[in-house]
Design a protein around this ligand. Structure first.
Ligand SMILES: [Mg+2]
Length: 94
């Protein structure tokens, strides 16, 4: 597979994982961090917070893959992260 196609495929995976983060985050909002999927065995079901953490980990994995493929730069992502934190602090939202 060419690097260009691999990059596009990885971007699709990133988008998919971001959608899963949105879904997991909304479950925490609506049902709380300790809630869980009622269709699963309550003794073994992951909490909504754990599910959110797993999906965020999936996003991070796709992020690392995109960096490996040369599509994005972790250094620039880190810079953007610091800028966002500074902005939120300036707005008293941190
Ligand atoms: Mg996922």
């Amino acid at each position: 597979m060419s690097p260009k196609i691999e990059g596009r495929l990885s971007l699709c995976h990133l988008a998919e994982e971001c959608a899963e983060v949105v879904q997991a985050a909304m479950k925490v909002v609506f049902f709380g961090p300790q809630g869980f999927d009622y269709r699963l065995d309550p003794r073994t079901a992951p909490s909504n917070a754990t599910s959110l953490e797993r999906e965020m980990g999936d996003v991070m994995a796709e992020t690392l893959r995109l960096e490996e493929l040369g599509v994005i730069s972790l250094e620039r992502i880190n810079q953007a992260c610091h800028e966002k934190v500074a902005k939120l602090k300036a707005q008293n939202r941190w």
